[in-house]
Write a protein that binds this ligand. Structure first.
Ligand code: IVH
Length: 689
């Protein structure tokens, strides 16, 4: 059980545990290396608390259980007029219900309402605005006094230097480094001769507090609290009777980014079961959020409930954090192996001592590429911070350099291609076999014939292996010139071979996106291929694209544009063979008219039924849509001019809710976003079905 603490059995173990917690908390809050992962920290705190409950006479007067940040923080120079408190934690639904019940008992009635929002995993700050101008920025520090970090004013996204109204207020919130910026932040850092940050939180904390650096790490802010200035005029913006929900709305109206602006938004409800559903929704989406979260904060929404419940020395009694299992854990890197993938990419895979993340045992993690290994200075034997996001293979974020013993060994880089023993193209950050897709041809062809690519049933990995071994196929285009004889030999059945030939004939008319995807250009999976195909409209236009034009497609940066150009040139003979075999490369055929790449043809997009709309699909689809996979649905939405989204937010235009639709539907209704059923949707896009 990851959340059940190891019991503390005697006073010595108790005192040692206090030391461990204090030192880990000092590193965590001081921007140092992550010494202990969050789950281990929470377990230890829980064990300490239960020991203190059992033996109250042995409780240390300065126990970390009663202090903000475990009392690890040095006093800063600036006093907080209202203390910046910590939060108590709950770890499961039962504990949440228990918390709500005890709050109810304290109030003598049911709480008037709850507010729930994501718990942002950053560094807490108080931003002081006077007459609309940001005049001082202070870290939480001890909770009573913090450190002045006003030098960072003007460098934090979402925390404007000037508000939309000339009010004097204090905004509280978290400063973070967005997940997408972590790699770049470490690149900048290492270029300046410093050790890499171990995770985004550590990067935010270190960067906010640092002065005198000749580089800036781009940070962001998410607000979760709004107070009148201690000695200023909030201009009627804040009234005593305002609920937390109303305060957050007011914060948004000032131009400050708030937790409401994350893709999961916030939820207000009098029912703890709604809050529970929200917790589940956030938990399901957290890995895809642009910002790291470590839980959900649930608050009594009404100011009177808050006042009656009051606060302890460390935490308020009217709010609680529902902690989610940590996505980041620390383990030891024991080995690195290299493999050549379907596109010819040579990728390193790290082996780590088995460790649990969200209940899944992790043994392998991506080591990215040789450039990244060098930048992070990773070594075999290193303690490493691992992050598992969604179902993809976990990533190694960074080594914990402070845990080095000197026994660590360098990671050996391959000198020849691990697939074929041939030469490696090392000209770019990602290494590639000089033979490209031909190196692991079987993997390349197996990918191309999959259901949501060319959809050629009957050709599975075994048949592919036969075709490759007999050199009947040397690239994806050769599939379309296979003979009945070749397929009969490969499958062992003339009947099967004839069926496959029919399917191959049908596959010549697949949409451009799928044909492009089947080529196996690095970094162009299904969704990227759809974007490329939609943008350019024909294979010829893709081939004629310049790097600048490629970069106009969402998700293509300079690095990817460069290698796409090179690979498209390399694929010229394959594309010519496809055309010669009668494969339709002219356009999206059974798809919608493509966007005009000159940028002037907005009309073609506007005529589509979902033009400009972001559509979220939830629940199971019935009727005409019943047979479609999620990928098919995404394709359909994109063909009809829309974009498919995974979570409901203010920017969602339409939600298609089928059977058993849950929190996404509820959220859409709450936000006033149109919700329709599968049948109505099928009618709307019937031309594209
Ligand atoms: S409310 C008095 N809401 O988590 C209530 N805190 O572990 C104070 N945090 O000190 C906090 N996201 O720094 C609140 N949506 C959110 C939050 C949040 C992150 C931080 C905050 C707090 C810490 C407690």
């Amino acid at each position: 059980m990851p959340n059940s603490p190891a019991p503390i059995t005697d006073k010595d173990v108790y005192l040692r545990a206090l030391d461990q917690v204090r030192s880990a908390a000092a590193a965590y809050h001081g921007g140092g290396d992550a010494q202990m992962d969050d789950a281990a920290y929470d377990r230890l705190m829980k064990a300490i608390a239960s020991y203190e409950q059992k033996y109250p006479d042995q409780r240390a007067a300065d126990s970390p259980t009663a202090l903000v940040a475990a009392g690890s923080l040095p006093d800063g120079a600036v006093a907080h007029a209202t203390p910046m408190l910590s939060l108590d934690n709950v770890f499961d639904a039962e504990e949440l219900v228990h918390w709500a019940e005890s709050l109810g008992k304290r109030l003598g009635s049911e709480p008037r309402g709850f507010h729930a929002g994501p718990k942002i995993d950053g560094l807490a700050v108080a931003a002081h605005y006077r007459e609309g101008k940001l005049v001082q920025l202070v870290t939480r520090g001890t909770g009573t006094t913090g450190e002045d970090v006003s030098h960072a004013i003007g460098t934090i996204d979402g925390l404007p230097v000037e508000l939309d109204m000339p009010v004097s207020i204090e905004v509280r919130g978290e400063v973070v480094l967005l997940q997408s910026r972590f790699e770049e932040a470490n690149r900048i850092r290492v270029t300046h001769g410093e050790d890499p940050f171990s995770n985004p939180r550590n990067a935010a904390s270190g960067s906010l507090r640092a002065t005198g650096r000749n580089y800036t790490i781009p940070l962001s802010f998410y607000g979760y609290g709004l107070l009148p200035a201690a000695d200023g005029e909030a201009g009627g913006l804040i009234r005593e009777e305002m609920t937390h929900t109303e305060l957050m709305k007011a914060l948004g109206s000032l131009g400050v980014q708030a937790v409401d602006d994350t893709p999961v938004g916030t939820l207000t409800s009098p029912l703890i079961k709604d809050i529970q559903a929200y917790v589940e929704k956030v938990a399901a989406q957290r890995a895809d959020l642009p910002v790291g979260i470590d839980g959900i904060v649930i608050k009594a929404d009404h100011p009177q409930d808050q006042a009656v419940a009051g606060s302890g020395s460390r935490a308020p009694r009217w709010a609680v954090a529902f902690k989610l299992p940590a996505l980041e854990v620390i383990s030891t890197l024991t080995a690195a192996t290299w493999t050549t993938g379907r596109t010819g990419n040579i990728a390193p895979r790290g082996e780590v001592l088995p460790v649990e993340i969200e209940g899944v045992t992790v043994q392998f993690a991506t080591l990215h590429n040789p450039g990244m290994i060098a930048r992070l200075g990773l070594r075999i034997g290193d303690r490493v911070v691992l992050r598992r996001a969604g179902d993809v293979i976990p990533q190694i974020l960074a080594p914990v350099t402070s845990a080095r013993t000197g026994q660590e060994k360098p990671i050996e880089l391959p000198t020849v291609c691990p697939g074929c023993g041939g030469e490696i193209d090392k000209s770019q950050e990602r290494w590639r076999c000089l033979k490209g897709r031909a190196c692991n041809l079987a993997a390349s062809i197996t990918y191309a014939v999959q259901r949501d690519v060319l959809d050629i049933q009957g050709i599975g990995p075994k048949v592919v292996a036969q075709l490759v071994a007999r050199e009947a196929v040397q690239d994806v285009a050769d599939l379309f010139t296979l003979t009945l004889g070749q397929l009969t030999t490969a499958t062992g059945s003339e009947k099967t071979a004839a069926k496959i030939l029919d399917r191959l004939a049908a596959a010549k008319q697949r949409p451009l996106a799928r044909l492009f995807c089947a080529l196996g250009v690095r970094g162009t999976g299904r969704s990227m291929s759809r974007r490329v195909a939609d943008f350019f409209g024909s294979m010829a236009a893709i081939q004629a694209a310049s790097a600048a034009e490629l970069r106009q497609v969402e998700g293509i940066g300079s690095e990817k544009a460069a290698w796409m150009l090179a690979e498209l040139a390399e694929l010229e003979p394959v594309i010519a063979k496809l055309a010669a075999a009668g494969v339709n490369l002219g356009g999206p055929q059974d798809s919608a008219p493509a966007a005009d790449i000159s940028g002037s043809g907005q009309d073609s997009g506007a005529a589509l039924p979902l033009a400009g709309k972001t559509v979220v699909v939830t629940g199971s689809m019935g009727g005409r849509l019943g047979l479609l996979s999620r990928n098919d649905m995404n394709e359909l939405i994109e063909k009809a001019g829309g974009r498919s989204g995974s979570s409901v937010s203010k920017s969602t235009s339409l939600v298609v809710a089928g059977d058993k639709a849950g929190s996404k539907k509820a959220k859409a209704e709450q936000l006033g976003i149109p919700v329709i059923g599968p049948d109505e949707f099928a009618q709307m896009v019937s031309a594209y079905l």
